[in-house]
Design a protein around this ligand. Structure first.
Ligand code: COA
Length: 139
């Protein structure tokens, strides 16, 4: 089950990931922020936290519980985001984050730019997924 966390159902959240105070503050004060949680057997498996800024979406973070990684859950969350937000999407990822890069490229995100030393001595990669590509490839 994938649910959209809002102020009203924040109790679902169990503090495994981003600190709850930060989350509450984001949802209260940032009208652009959205968070989808993946829940299975009453357990939060992971979340995707993103911003919808007019005509585009920025993925701020996606995270799956350590012991649940590499089971397709990250892919489920990305697919749900694509279903809900029919817009161009951008994100920033560490050049050495192989699982994340695999997940994005598998979902038609394309590397657009390199931000030198964005993560101290490691580069950041800017990825983008054009909405038009989705229509084309998901037929
Ligand atoms: C990045 C992350 C969200 C991916 O979620 P996940 O549920 O583990 O990913 P999935 O199981 O859906 O796998 C997606 C693809 O990546 C591959 N993959 C995932 N983890 C992998 C690993 N450790 N080694 C090799 N490939 C891996 C999968 O094989 C799959 O590709 P395939 O379908 O071609 O086989 C997860 O690793 C995570 O929480 N990382 C820590 C937080 C993070 O770095 N977030 C990204 C910030 S930009």
């Amino acid at each position: 089950m994938i649910v959209n966390i809002k102020k009203e159902n924040i109790n679902l959240y169990d503090d495994n990931f981003i600190p709850k105070d930060y989350l509450i503050n984001e949802l209260k004060n940032n009208p652009y922020s959205k968070i989808l949680f993946l829940i299975k057997n009453n357990e939060i498996i992971g979340y995707i936290y993103y911003s919808v800024i007019y005509e585009r979406v920025e993925i701020n973070q996606i995270e799956i519980k350590l012991e649940k990684r590499n089971h397709g859950y990250g892919n489920l969350l990305i697919k749900e985001l694509l279903k809900r937000e029919k817009k161009d999407i951008t994100l920033e990822v560490n050049e050495n984050n192989y699982p994340a890069i695999k997940l994005y490229e598998k979902n038609n995100f394309i590397k657009k730019a390199v931000r030198k030393n964005y993560y101290n001595d490691e580069d950041g990669l800017l990825y983008e997924r054009k909405y038009i590509i989705k229509n084309f490839t998901n037929k």
